[in-house]
Design a protein around this ligand. Sequence first.
Ligand code: F6P
Length: 516
Amino acid sequence: MLEHHKQRLSRTRIADLVATGGEERNRLLQCRVGPLYADFSRSLMDGPALASLLTLAEQAAVPAAVAAMFAGERINATEDRAVLHTLLRAPPASAPASLSQEAEWVFQARERMRECVARLRGRGFADGRRVRHVINVGIGGSDLGPRLLLDALPAEVDSPEVHFLSGVDGHALDRLMARLDPACTLVVMVSKSFSTRETLLHGGLLRQWLEAGLDKDRARERLFAVTSRPDAAVAFGVSEMQVLSIWDWVGGRYSLWSAVSFAVALRLGISRFDAFLDGAASMDEHFRAAPMAQNLPVLAALMGYWHRNLLGYSSLCVVPYDPRLREFPNYLQQLEMESNGKSVQLDGSSVAGATVPVVWGGVGTDVQHAFFQALHQGTEVVPVDFVGVINPDHGHDAHHNALLANMLAQSAALADGTPELGADPHRHHPGNRPSAVYLLDSLSPQSLGALIALYEHKVFVQSRLWGVNAFDQWGVELGKKLANSLEQAMARGQVPDAADPVTRRLIAEIAARRRR
Ligand code: F6P
């Protein structure tokens, strides 16, 4: 049936569907949840095709999967774990009785983080020094979420500046160590596994840096860890009192609702962090309770599936028209591609069609002057998610009008094109290129929480349509393993026996040119 709708709608134009679909089509393809509005009407989609997609979601047992996730069933089957990031933002006492133990851990951990934030923001360090800087050492889910939040939301007055060390960036490390005073700096090692090489490399040198500048107790007071492996953090040298907990049932890319955002709470304040959790909790409630046809994450997932699996579009471009959301495309890259970049189904069989599209993007209007040419006239059709903010937090109305006008214009130009086809084919815009428009009433902790939770749930629904497990990431393991053995061998000036001929040749080339 979906194939039939694809054939039928492929012969139409988005602009005609918009013009003739009327209120009924608009009603089906837009949705508001609290401070967040979404419009999917600029797409090759209509009521009958959407109905078939909703049937597909029923057949894929999406409602049962949603219920299973919230109930704490072990839906991360390949790691035999529950998936409980929604518990991290659930209102107190709303957890089912079967999750009371986990809910209690979450409550205690939140209280712990709250106390640490209050102490460090109030009294500062025991020697009376203020916490002026926080270095967040972490990568992937231990970095991207906090980065996004800190860029997007306003800081509390006089709160510490936060710096990030993620990849193996020795230059960034040097710059920070040269600039910061260890007496006023808190180092937070964020690593669920506490085994991530990048994080341990940075953490090791920063621990030495603290110890070189301060006595032992003062150095230890300035080193925190956020992890599900407290034993490993303590063995590394973090004092037990300074380890904040997360658990194996929170995936790294779903963990920004936990103490992974310790640096965020220090910078933005606990009340903004709480409001962020509340925003996500409202989206959770909507996702859990709304009928599928009016369920925003479900609709977003179905539109993505339609574009990927029926129309064959291989990427998704995310363009926030608010520079405060500049980290959002990077954040989504991990959320979507690490979750659904799979080709094996939960039962071990191969997936039949395509799974996650390549997710990429940038900030409007800047990217209009970079890659939008290709979006308008390139040979690939790339669906775009536009994200706009209705009320800015500045008073420059002309700026904001220009910003929103650009976003609306781009969405219209992509869909409508120039059907009148002027004499010059170089100037012709083919149009018929879909986009979704998301509008936040303002960029608040609540709306950002809701927006991120929306995409999390979209990813989950899509995982069920594709039959894959959104919560494991085995695909990152092989590269890590190879890197470890290469790193050890290269440190000894050797080439591992198992290295393939290309790797051997490249190591020889590096060795021949390397100055030290
Ligand atoms: O890239 C793989 C990965 O395991 C991600 O899933 C995770 O967010 C990141 O590495 C960091 O892991 P950890 O928090 O355990 O250091």
